[in-house]
Design a protein around this ligand. Structure first.
Ligand SMILES: [Zn+2]
Ligand SMILES: [Zn+2]
Ligand SMILES: [Zn+2]
Ligand SMILES: [Zn+2]
Length: 369
């Protein structure tokens, strides 16, 4: 890497309404979304078992304690489970694997999402176990690849990433446009939250009524649509790691894996290039969660720092405050884009937005894959 240090690919925001900032509204929101995600996990995981049919009974079992402090003991379990999975996988035909792949992937992302919503909830341990169960099967059947990119090893391991309990907060400024007439909210006569007739159009493949790419709205026909404020011309100024992000899913999605000396081994490099270098963390117990300790630098595997010096004062409160005030005035707000930024740390300079690109809607983001 050009400037060393850990690098991450992260989600900064999600589609849809801005999540409530706190209080009972936020608790309801987290509870609802968390349970929904847990159901998503269960449904997909069950579907995998159905696809496996009577082979499911022979699948390697997650029969170890989830948390194990002893590294040697954890490694032994990983090795044991890896050989069990190699054996089991050799008995499953390609068509079955192809049918399972999207299901187990969804089960894993749903489980991770569930924990992101439920990390302070009584269902936290259910979400934790769900992640291990899904990742165990995903790794067993499809691997957990460590890939070489720009001279560095990258991983998107559901276990390693989800156990780093931190998220991102982005400081941004934006305007709000009316979803009916596209004028700035303060300049138009529409009442946010009220329905108005709107003509269905397909702009870049998305329906102007429902934003779906496949829907039943007839282009050119008028429908009743609820007016909302849509963030436009949003510019992100900085991103910070925080223990509890406003957007529960604003998390690391990919990060650099430091393989130490092993990383220089030509065989390891070659394996990564061929896509056959795999992480084993999913196959055994974890060491528990790594909670971000705010205000303590370097307490975890990576140094944490709130903001870059130039923006510290502005962001001493939630960066969403400014957005909140605008939304309070407009009455109804939606930030439209999911964001994936590359965030890197430059030694001595704190976190930096490493890369971002502009999309057609004007928010400085790279759409999530
Ligand atoms: Zn992994
Ligand atoms: Zn309007
Ligand atoms: Zn539609
Ligand atoms: Zn764990």
């Amino acid at each position: 890497m050009a400037d060393g240090g850990p690098h991450f690919k992260t989600v900064l925001m999600q589609w849809g309404p801005i999540p409530p900032s706190g209080g009972p509204n936020r608790e309801r929101y987290l509870d609802h979304k968390g349970r929904e995600s847990l159901r998503g996990f269960s449904d997909e995981y069950e579907a995998v078992l159905v696809i496996l049919g009577d082979r499911a009974a022979d699948m390697p079992a997650l029969d170890f304690k989830l948390v194990e402090e002893d590294e040697g003991a954890a490694r032994a379990i990983q090795r044991q489970k890896r050989s069990e999975w190699i054996q089991f996988r050799s008995t499953i035909d390609q068509a079955t694997l192809d049918a399972i792949a999207p299901r187990i992937k969804k089960a894993t992302t749903s489980a991770v999402a569930a924990l992101n919503y439920l990390e302070d909830h009584e269902l936290k341990e259910d979400a934790h176990r769900a992640i291990h169960r899904a990742a165990f099967v995903k790794r067993g059947l499809f691997g957990c690849p460590i890939v070489l990119r720009d001279g560095a090893y990258w991983e998107d391991c559901a276990i390693n990433i989800s156990h780093l309990r931190m998220g991102l907060s982005v400081g941004l400024v934006s305007d709000f446009a009316c979803s009916i007439c596209a004028r700035l909210v303060e300049d138009c006569d529409h009442q946010m939250g009220e329905p108005y007739p709107k003509v269905a159009e397909r702009d870049s493949g998305e329906c102007s009524i429902c934003e779906g790419t496949e829907c039943e709205h007839i282009m050119g026909q008028s429908y009743l649509a609820v007016a909302y404020a849509s963030a436009i011309n949003a510019v992100a100024h900085e991103a910070s790691f925080v223990a509890r992000p406003r957007y529960p899913q604003a998390r690391i999605v990919e990060m650099i894996r430091d393989l130490g000396e092993t990383g220089n081994d030509p065989c390891v490099r070659a394996a990564a290039e061929q896509g056959i270098l795999n992480c084993d963390a999913d196959l055994g117990p974890c060491k528990g969660f790594n909670e971000m300790k705010t205000g303590r630098s370097g307490s975890g595997p990576i140094a944490t720092r709130q903001t870059s010096p130039s923006s510290r004062s502005r962001c001493s409160r939630s960066p969403f405050d400014r957005l909140d005030r605008r939304l309070a005035r407009s009455g109804w707000g939606v930030v439209r884009l999911p964001a994936t930024f590359f965030v890197g740390v430059v030694p001595g300079q704190g976190w930096r937005l490493r890369h971002h690109a502009v999309t057609r809607s004007g928010l400085d983001v790279v759409p999530r894959r």
